[in-house]
Design a protein around this ligand. Structure first.
Ligand code: UT7
Length: 329
């Protein structure tokens, strides 16, 4: 029997209705549309409004839409990997909360925390359960309500992030399509440059930490940019080289949407022409775990069976990586 690959057989996404434009941000912090556009490529991002709504509330419509598209029921799902940096709660896992909300009674699941590389790590991990023959239907969800951890008085971060969620279904493929190879990396010394100062076990939240705004995302943008711009490009090139792929063999480059300048550097390093590079950062900003599945969702109709896709990401931790997959439908 030919090798089992884990193929994406359905994709869906959800972004909240509320659009936070650069213009509105101008009224909140000392910034302007021209600066944001030239430094990041972002024009607007989506924000999940409403009391008591968390990341799982974006995953529910995304997953329900996916199940409908694929024509399967929630009971058929065996495993849910929920890649997120903004879980509904510290515990229990948002994967469990989602399973309950959608009626995935036969699924087990867990959350995966790898910041902006989370969806890549989740795709690689979920693939193992398919390739081993253990499971036949695995959901990999990537989503974040970044607005829950953003300080809207900090102009260096609030202009970047947005809310959104995407999901893919992994199933066995016997025709050679699906996830072919992955290069995944992490370097914990990166914690210094991108982290949340309080709210974890090292420094539980107190009145003082809240007043000091330490429960928000902290980023040293320039330092992160330097690591991201080289590492994301290098790892994308590495997975191509070790699979003997030239730029012209790539149908689509799917980069994490953190900064248009980082996307452009990755395209330049790999030689993939700009018409084959998926970019939606101008409309959604950086949705952390959501960027890659949202790109797949938006471009789904353009993909053809057998297309070579390279997915690449870089995020806090640091974490980074690239996946080579062949589109299966
Ligand atoms: O996805 C997770 C990983 N994260 C990333 O990949 C993000 C990587 N970093 C970046 O994308 C960029 O570093 C930023 C977009 C965060 C910042 O862009 P930059 O080109 O690195 O700007 P900078 O931090 O070097 O700041 C340049 C100037 C500074 O002013 P001075 O010191 O030159 O007078 C900043 O104070 O721009 C100023 N500035 C702003 N001005 C207007 C910083 N933020 C803003 C702002 N509006 N929002």
């Amino acid at each position: 029997m030919s090798k089992i690959h884990a193929a994406i057989t359905a994709v869906n996404g959800y972004v909240p209705e509320y659009v936070l434009t650069n213009h509105e941000l101008e009224s909140m912090v000392d910034t302007n549309d021209e600066w944001i556009t030239t430094r990041t490529g972002i024009k607007e991002r989506r924000i999940l409004k409403g009391e008591g709504l968390g990341t799982s509330d974006m995953a529910v419509p995304a997953v329900e839409g996916l199940l409908k598209k694929r024509g399967i029921s929630a009971e058929e799902i065996e495993l849910i990997i929920f890649c997120t940096t903004t879980p509904d709660r510290v515990f229990p896992a948002t994967a469990n909360i989602l399973a309950n909300k959608i009626g995935a009674k036969n699924a087990w699941g867990y959350d995966l925390q790898a910041t902006c590389s989370g969806f890549l790590f989740g795709l690689a991990t979920g693939s193992q359960f398919i390739e081993s023959g253990k499971h036949k239907k695995v959901l990999v969800v990537g989503g974040d309500k970044m607005s829950s951890m953003i300080n809207y008085k900090d102009r260096t971060t609030c202009i970047i992030f947005g809310d959104g969620c995407g999901v893919v279904l992994l199933e066995p493929d016997y025709e050679g399509n699906g996830v072919i190879d992955s290069v995944l990396k992490s370097d914990g010394s990166g914690v210094a440059y991108l982290h949340q100062k309080a709210g974890g076990s090292v420094k539980p939240a107190t009145h003082e930490t809240i007043e000091a705004r330490e429960h928000y995302l902290y980023q040293e943008g320039q330092a992160v940019f330097k690591f991201a711009v080289t590492n994301m490009a290098e790892v994308a090139a590495e997975v191509m080289e070790r699979n003997d792929l030239k730029a012209e063999d790539i149908a689509w480059l799917v980069p994490h949407q953190a900064n248009k300048r980082i996307i452009d550097a990755t395209a330049a390093r790999t030689g993939v022409s700009s018409d084959k590079v998926i970019v939606n950062i101008e409309r959604f900003g950086n949705t952390t775990n959501g960027t890659l599945p949202l790109c797949l969702w938006e471009w789904e109709s353009k993909f053809k069976k057998g297309d070579n896709l390279i997915l690449a990401a870089f995020g806090g931790g640091f974490t980074w990586g690239a996946i080579y997959l062949k589109w299966a439908y």
